[in-house]
Write a protein that binds this ligand. Sequence first.
Ligand code: KIV
Length: 295
Amino acid sequence: MSSLEDPSCYGSVAPLDLGGPMTILHGMVNARKVTTLRLAEMKHSKQKIACLTAYDFLTARLIDEAGIDLILVGDSASMVFAGNDTTLPMKMDEMLYHVRVVTRAVQRALVVADMPFMSYHKGQDEALGNAGRLMQDGFAEAVKLEGGRNICPIVQRLVEAGIPVMGHIGLQPQSINMYGTYKTRGAEAKEAARIFEEAKALEDAGAFAIVIEKVPQALAARITEAVSVPIIGIGAGQGCDGQILVTPDMLGLTTQFNPRFVRKYAQLSEVMNGAFQRYRNDVREGAFPTEDESY
Ligand code: KIV
């Protein structure tokens, strides 16, 4: 920490050293709290940013302990947690619940809350009120909004109020009914140019980072070079400043969804299915519980 920095602005000292290079947390060295400033530094020093989604306490804690830099409480919860076909049914109160349980678990990662469909479309005051709830009641440290130039006035308004905003361009799942398809965006020159302009506009409006979803890798790399804020890719290739995946997808919990951009780091559906079946058999056969497992 430099001599110009203090650990807190009031009497209670922050549990984590926001500025210092070395804190030991969960057995990890250099578990410095991730802030929007830290992400900017990571882009500047070309350190890749690892991001994942979380919706529940136990998973969020494991993700944080693993040293993931940013945890998004995504509205993908509508699909992978609640079983809906799209992200659209997610309501503010539901998002707030997920944000609360995730922030309760996380100490190091930056926690970003997705703003649900229709929570920022009905006017700037309502958008500000909803973003404020996610910060004040959910303890999120930033919010994420889908959209380009159209949402820039809202982004500006939130940033002016002290709410860090992450943009989301390329494929915007909340607009699935406009697209009619989840195919790659920006494959044609006209749409690619528009997505590029959207990134610049969000940067100008004050977004601290931008998610870019399912676009050709050359376009994502060009945007990453052209804007000063971190670009976090999902299905957008290696040229981004960081990557994000939906956690149940990368854990192999979702069995029906196998797009090329999802690398499965585990096959949890098989592990869980095996455990459930062994338990069922043990119960049926009277093999569980044993004397040792009884009082
Ligand atoms: O809702 C979500 O999980 C997201 C990520 C896929 C970026 O928006």
